[in-house]
Design a protein around this ligand. Structure first.
Ligand code: SAH
Length: 388
C-alpha cells in the first residue's frame, strides 16, 4: 500500500489562505489554489490534517491526473492509476462525484459510469477475478471523485467522510447556523487572541463562541468524530490512536477566557449551552438571553463577532435595516473594540452608519457574504498616578 500521498485540503472560496496557514503550522509545505490547498505527506499527514484543520472542508488523496477529452482516454487514464495500492479486495468504491468544467466530456453520470468500469476492470485483473463477475463490495468505503477541468481529469479518494465542519458537538442548530469551519476561519482571520474579551451578540447556536474556546484551549476540532480513513485496512490504528492521544494531551487546562454569547431568543441560548457542553467548553462561555441593543461594557480592546440575521432568512428587509442601524449605534461607543460582521446585505455599511476598514468576500454555502471589519483603536489601560 502507499506510504506517500499527494493531498488536497478543500476550502470554501476566500478561506484557502487560512487553510494554507494551518497546514504550514502542522509542518507541511503547501500550495494554495482556488478552492483548495495542495500538500504532500505520509499517513500521519492524512491523520493530522483531518484531526486538526479548523477551516478546511475535506482532505482528499490525488490518485492521479491525466488528459481526458474522450471516454476512451478517460477509461484508459483511470485504468492506468495504481488502484491496487489503495483499494483492498471487497471494499466499496463508489464514484461518488463527477464534475466537468469547460471540457469536452460534460455528461457527469457517464463520466461516473466509465470511471467505475475502469476501476473494476483494474481490480479484477490485479486480484485475478473473472471479468464477467461483479466484484463484491461489502467492506470499508473509499469514495472516489473525478473532476475534469479543461479536458484534464483529476481523480481523488476522499479520506474525510462527512465534511470537516461537522465537529460532532452540535446537538441542535436553530434556524441559520454558520458552519463551524467558516466560524473558525473568521476567528483565525480576526485579531482576537485568547487574552482578549470576545462577544457574539447574535450567537444563535453558539458557533463563534464554541470555536473560539476550542482554539484557545487548543482542542483539535476532529477529536469528537471519526473519519472515513479510519475504516481502511491499511491504516495503522495505533498511529490514529497516538494522534488522538497527543491531541488530548495538548488541550490547555489552566486558562481563563472571557467569551460571551447573547441572543434575543432564549431557545437559541438553551441550544448554545447544550452545544458548548457537548464541545467540552461550557465553563469558558457566558451565554445569556439579551437584545444586542442592550449591549454595554466597560471592558476594552475586545472583539465583537456577529453573524446577524440577513436576507429573507430570518427577518424582513425593514426589520433588518432597523437592526443594523441599532447595531451601529450600540457598537459605536465601544471604540477600542474590533468588530467583525458577516452579512449578505450589500447595504450593510449605510444601514450600520460606518464604512468598514476592510471587507472580505466569502461564501456561506452558495450565498455570497461579506465580512465587514472595523478595527478598534487600541488603548493602554490607564494606571492612575499617585496624587491623581
Ligand atoms: N451564528 C449563529 C447564527 C446567527 S443567526 C449560529 O452559528 O448559530 C442570527 C441570530 O440573531 C438568531 O439566533 C436571532 O435570534 C438573533 N437575533 C435577531 N435579532 C436580535 C437582536 N435584536 N438581538 C440579539 N439577537 C438577535
Amino acid at each position: 500500500m502507499k506510504t506517500n500521498f499527494k493531498l488536497v485540503a478543500t476550502a470554501a472560496a476566500g478561506l484557502e489562505a487560512v487553510v494554507g496557514r494551518e497546514i504550514r503550522d502542522l509542518g507541511y509545505d503547501c500550495q494554495v489554489e482556488n478552492g483548495r490547498v495542495r500538500f504532500d505527506g505520509d499517513l500521519s499527514a492524512i491523520i493530522k490534517s483531518n484531526l486538526w484543520l479548523r477551516a478546511a472542508d475535506r482532505i482528499k488523496i490525488i490518485v492521479g491526473q491525466f488528459p481526458a477529452s474522450t471516454f476512451e482516454e478517460l477509461f484508459q487514464g483511470v485504468y492506468r492509476l495504481d488502484w491496487e495500492h489503495y483499494l483492498p479486495l471487497g471494499c466499496k468504491f463508489p464514484i461518488s462525484k463527477a464534475k466537468c468544467v469547460k471540457s469536452k466530456l460534460h455528461n457527469e453520470p457517464s463520466v461516473q459510469a466509465i470511471s467505475k468500469k475502469a476501476v473494476v476492470k483494474k481490480l479484477q485483473k490485479h486480484f485475478h477475478r473473472p471479468e464477467g463477475v461483479p466484484l463484491q463490495e461489502t467492506g470499508a468505503e473509499f469514495k472516489i471523485e473525478v473532476s475534469i477541468l479543461k479536458d484534464v481529469a483529476t481523480v481523488f479518494i476522499d479520506t474525510t467522510g462527512s465534511s470537516l465542519f461537522k465537529r460532532g458537538y452540535r446537538v441542535e442548530k436553530g434556524g441559520a447556523p454558520i458552519k463551524e469551519n467558516m466560524a473558525a476561519a473568521i476567528l483565525l482571520l480576526s485579531n482576537w487572541y485568547p487574552d482578549k474579551p470576545l462577544i457574539d451578540p447574535t450567537c444563535g447556536s453558539g458557533t463563534f463562541c464554541i470555536e473560539a474556546a476550542m482554539i484557545a484551549r487548543k482542542i483539535a476540532p476532529g477529536l469528537k468524530r471519526s473519519f472515513a480513513f479510519e475504516e481502511w485496512n491499511w491504516v495503522d490504528k495505533t498511529l490514529v490512536q497516538q494522534a488522538r492521544q497527543e491531541a488530548q494531551a495538548t488541550i490547555v487546562q489552566d486558562l481563563v477566557l472571557d467569551i460571551s454569547g447573547y441572543d434575543i431568543d432564549g431557545r437559541m441560548i438553551d441550544i448554545a449551552k447544550k452545544n458548548a457542553v457537548a464541545a467540552g467548553v461550557d465553563s469558558d462561555i457566558h451565554f445569556k438571553q439579551m437584545r444586542l441593543q442592550d449591549l454595554k461594557t466597560d471592558k476594552i480592546n475586545g472583539v465583537i463577532l456577529s453573524n446577524p440575521p440577513y436576507g429573507e432568512r430570518l427577518l424582513n428587509d425593514d426589520a433588518i435595516a432597523k437592526l443594523y442601524q441599532e447595531m451601529g449605534e450600540t457598537f459605536s461607543p465601544l471604540v477600542t473594540w474590533s468588530k467583525f460582521i458577516l452579512t449578505s446585505d450589500e447595504q450593510f455599511e449605510t444601514r450600520y452608519g460606518r464604512l468598514a476598514d476592510k471587507k472580505r468576500k466569502l461564501y456561506n454555502g452558495t450565498l455570497k457574504v461579506d465580512l465587514y471589519q472595523f478595527f478598534g483603536k487600541r488603548v493602554k489601560r490607564m494606571i492612575p498616578e499617585e496624587g491623581d
